[in-house]
Design a protein around this ligand. Structure first.
Ligand SMILES: Nc1ncnc2c1ncn2[C@@H]1O[C@H](COP(=O)(O)OP(=O)(O)OP(=O)(O)O)[C@@H](O)[C@H]1O
Ligand SMILES: [Mg+2]
Length: 250
């Protein structure tokens, strides 16, 4: 089943040139997708479009085969509950004045989800392996890796079908990275992931499918296994050469 489709999507920031150009992309339930490319290639911009935070300059985005209509509130509420995100910097992405319980509960409150909020927060914290007393504390009391777990708990509290993650491990040390990869692997048993990274090695630990972005265009697209074993584009080969070691395939 296709969750999100992009058809001939281009995007330009105000009065600028296209930073995304003719993107065709299908995100299927149960197949994690990695988006890889150098700095400035357009990875975060694609995520903003996938999250409904920006509208394509041309082309079409659909969610479950229906056009994504940012003005249709009912449709967008369902969409936002189904598609959540985790961002790069675990220090700036959590509001320092809010207790963890309120940070994690935020999607449920803002989406007016009719549920036992306290129970849902407790389950989300448990699934990222944080103790329940985390809920009554503040973000500054936690390490980078723990903060990223809190951000992941917030992303999964509404039981989304799709979680988008933008460079979620790049600010973390190696040991913490490995733990977060393990956690994401467990989560992906129930949720489809889209992982954005400049590090092709990281995404292939978790993703079945890959796209390679170069200056706003997809230069290579397909099963991660095929791309890693026989990269067709010189840019992909360059990215692979800058990866220290090849990981196991997802
Ligand atoms: N708010 C903005 N206004 C104008 N141009 C922008 C804006 N945000 C990004 N861009 C430009 O769009 C292009 C793609 O940026 P984007 O942030 O999507 O790249 P990225 O692949 O996520 O890079 P990085 O790996 O450094 O995070 C870049 O040329 C960037 O300068
Ligand atoms: Mg980025």
């Amino acid at each position: 089943m296709s969750l999100i489709d992009l058809a001939a999507v281009s995007y330009a920031y105000a009065r600028g040139r296209n930073v995304l150009d003719g993107i065709d992309l299908r995100i299927e339930a149960g197949r994690n997708l990695g988006i890889v490319g150098e700095s400035g290639s357009g990875k975060t911009t694609i995520l903003r479009l996938l999250l409904g935070l920006a509208q394509p300059t041309s082309g079409q985005i659909s969610f479950r085969d229906e056009p994504l209509d940012l003005r249709n509130r009912r449709f967008m509420r369902g969409f936002r509950r189904s598609v959540q995100a985790v961002f790069q910097d675990p220090y700036s992405s959590l509001d320092p004045r809010q207790k963890v319980a309120d940070i994690v509960a935020e999607p449920l409150r803002s989406l007016k989800v009719d549920t036992d909020i306290e129970g849902a927060v407790a389950r989300a914290l448990a699934s990222v392996d944080l103790p329940l007393d985390t809920a009554s504390r503040y973000p500054h009391e936690f390490s980078g890796g723990q903060r990223q777990r809190i951000a992941i708990a917030r992303a999964i509290v509404s039981q989304p079908e799709l979680v988008l993650a933008d460079e979620v491990v790049s600010a973390l040390d190696l040991t913490t990275r490995i733990r977060i990869v393990d956690l994401l692997k467990t989560l992906s048993e129930n949720t489809t992931l889209v992982l954005v990274s400049h590090d092709i090695g990281f995404v292939t630990l978790l993703c079945q499918d890959l796209i390679i972005l170069e200056r706003g265009r997809i230069v290579e697209q397909g099963p991660a296994r095929d791309i890693l074993s026989a990269p067709k584009h010189p840019y992909t080969r360059r990215l692979l050469d800058s990866t220290p070691r090849l990981p196991d395939f997802a």
